[in-house]
Design a protein around this ligand. Structure first.
Ligand SMILES: [Zn+2]
Length: 177
């Protein structure tokens, strides 16, 4: 059942709320720049209220919560798979998004969902440098700072897996478009 209006959507024009079962998926969506709220300790009533007030699309595997969201006319995607790839294909397919770029400059903090600030190595002060292992500081020239968590990220060993994930999601989206 499709509950999200099937009109063309621009990439990153949507906002999501992942239920407590989908913390890993929420982190992935944030890395790909999607505004994705998540809490491991929030009631269903509050999830539905936040989805309504913040115009977020609910991502859930809970059929009862999914039905409640439909009754309240809240956009919702019922996830039935366990793999991030299949779940992302389902979400983007239902939201009419046909391409997922991998662009670290648009990433959000995987921990808190805030947009990250890009920092070149020469902009890294002593406080931030203490957050980066010396070897990574030497190898990488671009870093991404979360001002809320005071965490700093860089394109490390996860890059190949993220590029590969985007490619396989896009391959599946091509097939359904
Ligand atoms: Zn953060």
């Amino acid at each position: 059942m499709k509950s999200v209006e099937a009109k063309p959507q621009q990439y990153r024009s949507l906002a999501f709320f992942a239920d407590s079962m989908h913390g890993g998926l929420a982190r992935k969506l944030r890395i790909f720049g999607m505004d994705t709220a998540y809490s491991s300790s929030i009631t269903d009533d509050l999830i539905l209220r936040e989805c309504r007030d913040q115009r977020r699309i609910l991502l859930t595997s809970d059929k009862d919560l999914f039905k409640r969201s439909l009754n309240k006319r809240i956009g919702s995607v019922l996830l039935q798979d366990h793999s991030d790839k299949e779940n992302m294909v389902k979400i983007f397919g239902e939201c009419n998004i046909r391409y997922l770029p991998y662009d670290p400059a648009s990433a959000r903090c995987p921990t808190c969902n805030l947009e990250l600030e890009k920092k070149e190595r020469r902009e890294i002060n002593d406080e931030l440098r203490n957050l980066i292992p010396p070897k990574s500081y030497l190898v990488y020239s671009i870093f991404y700072l979360c001002h809320r968590c005071r965490k700093i990220y860089w394109e490390g060993s996860h890059k190949a897996a993220l590029v590969s994930l985007a490619e396989s999601v896009n391959h599946e989206l091509c097939r359904i478009s």
